[in-house]
Design a protein around this ligand. Structure first.
Ligand code: PLP
Length: 452
């Protein structure tokens, strides 16, 4: 019998996260203040985020960071997650490649987001905070945060993009089931929301409007901190639990990946699976290839520019050094909601500049085709986001079929798609299409990015 699934014993679970900043040949540039253009320190960030997250955000020194015991205890509810050899997918493709996936859909919330929601809420609680707030688009992050807040006894207020709230009603029910207060954004509950509604009473909402409202709530409410589910360095640190486990599980399988692939929104699940392996490229001369799969309709890695830009549409956040399509960029309404973000995380942006990884952009229809093949062979319906990683994996596996190479490919299955069935429904009915943006559109959007 060929072994299909590789798990870790409880005693083998990682007790530290990995922080690639310490090992990077060129460190990420610092976030800067939009007015003074001065680099920001822990104190500048700590009135918005839990302080320990800010310390981790700017830590370029310590490669390994202890996971607090109460977080480990909660990780043990669902970790390790399985590393699976996708024999049936290999067979369907007729490829000599060995395909493995790390299944991050196997937890109460169905995506990797919970890996960072737990520590962010733990640190908030530890510093005496009583409330946390955030924004959510498709709702995976909001759901994970709502659960983590209830675990650590915090009140959670989530601003959900209004149009997503209407399109994906079950996600707000999930958040409310965990005890969170969910508000559609823009709302009349904040100044920012009122301003937006006054200007445009029928504004459908965006991540930009929701971020502005959540940040305003955090900065005007005592004992309330803001949390973010992607993009930032400390989120990638927490997500490294994925790759650290995968490293041990690949050892059990007796293999080492030649290619590591993940889908890319802000970079947290990509960094999570990739960075612990990239460490061996940087320090030990390994030659693994790292591929981040983004939507063709939101191609910041492959067609964006490396610039200082805002993290939100309204321009309330610090300026971050990143590959960006411009903070005013409005991506097409594709179903991979978690990948519709205009910029890439600071670490990933530097790594791309340094040639340690690269992006590929994938049309929407190809991702659904890949998702269907994966469902029919491996029995798991993937999140539309994760299907980008599957599509990139299939491309690599088919290259191996041509060349006869027996490459070992590892990809991250960031979540399942069971709450995204309306997207599959549309695909199956032939109602989905591809969206490619023109060079002119990209150029126009980048005009609003400030000169630094
Ligand atoms: C949020 C999300 C993503 C994209 O976010 P990253 O920070 O780039 O990982 C990908 N897949 C799923 C299932 C998500 O929920």
């Amino acid at each position: 019998m060929k072994q299909k699934k590789f798990m870790l014993e409880e005693s083998e679970l990682p007790k530290q996260w990995y922080n690639i900043q310490a090992d990077m040949p060129n460190k990420p540039l610092p976030p800067i203040h939009p007015a003074t253009k001065q680099p920001l320190g822990v104190d500048d960030l700590a009135h918005i985020f839990p302080r320990e997250c800010c310390v981790q955000e700017l830590d370029q020194e310590h490669p390994f960071i202890d996971i607090p015991e109460p977080v480990l205890e909660k990780y043990r509810y669902y970790r390790s997650t399985p590393l699976v050899r996708a024999y049936a997918l290999e067979e369907a493709l007729g490829t000599p490649a060995h395909i493995y996936f790390k299944n991050e859909s196997v937890n109460p919330l169905g995506s990797h987001k919970i890996n960072s929601a737990l520590p962010q809420c733990y640190y908030a609680k530890e510093e005496g905070t009583t409330n946390v707030t955030t924004e959510t688009g498709a709702g995976q992050w909001g759901a994970a945060l709502s659960y983590a807040a209830s675990v650590f006894g915090l009140e959670a207020a989530v601003y959900q993009v209004k149009i997503s709230m209407q399109q994906k009603p079950y996600r707000s029910s999930i958040m409310r089931t965990f005890g969170a207060a969910v508000t559609g954004s823009p709302s009349m509950s904040t100044r920012a929301g009122k301003d937006i509604i006054t200007r445009d009473p029928r504004h459908p909402g965006s991540l930009g409007t929701a971020i502005s409202e959540a940040v305003e709530l955090a900065t005007t409410t005592p004992n309330c901190k803001y949390t973010l589910g992607s993009v930032l360095n400390h989120v990638a640190i927490h997500q490294s639990i994925i790759g650290l486990e995968a490293e041990k599980q690949m050892q059990k399988a007796g293999e080492y990946p030649d290619v590591v692939i993940a889908c890319f929104g802000g970079g947290s699940n990509f960094g999570g699976i990739a960075f612990p392996f990239m460490r061996h490229n940087i320090l030990d001369g390994k030659t693994t290839e790292f591929i981040a799969a983004e939507p063709e309709s939101c191609p910041k890695l492959t067609r964006g520019e490396f610039r200082y830009d805002f993290g939100d549409e309204a321009g309330y956040t610090p300026l971050l050094p990143m590959y960006t399509l411009g903070h005013a960029f409005k991506p097409a309404n594709i179903h991979a909601g978690g990948l519709r973000y205009h910029g890439a995380g600071m670490i990933v942006s530097q790594l791309i500049k340094d040639g340690l990884m690269h992006g590929v952009d994938i049309p929407q229809l190809e991702t659904f085709e890949a998702g269907l093949l994966f469902a029919r062979t491996e029995g798991i319906i993937p999140a539309p986001e994760s299907s980008h990683a599957i599509a990139a994996t299939i491309r690599e596996a088919l290259k191996c079929k041509e060349t006869g190479e027996e490459k070992v490919i590892l990809f991250n299955l960031s979540g399942h798609g069971l709450i995204d069935m309306s997207a599959y429904e549309q695909y199956l009915n032939g109602d989905l299409m591809n969206y490619k943006i023109t060079d002119d559109d990209i150029k126009k959007n980048l005009e609003s990015v400030p000169e630094v």
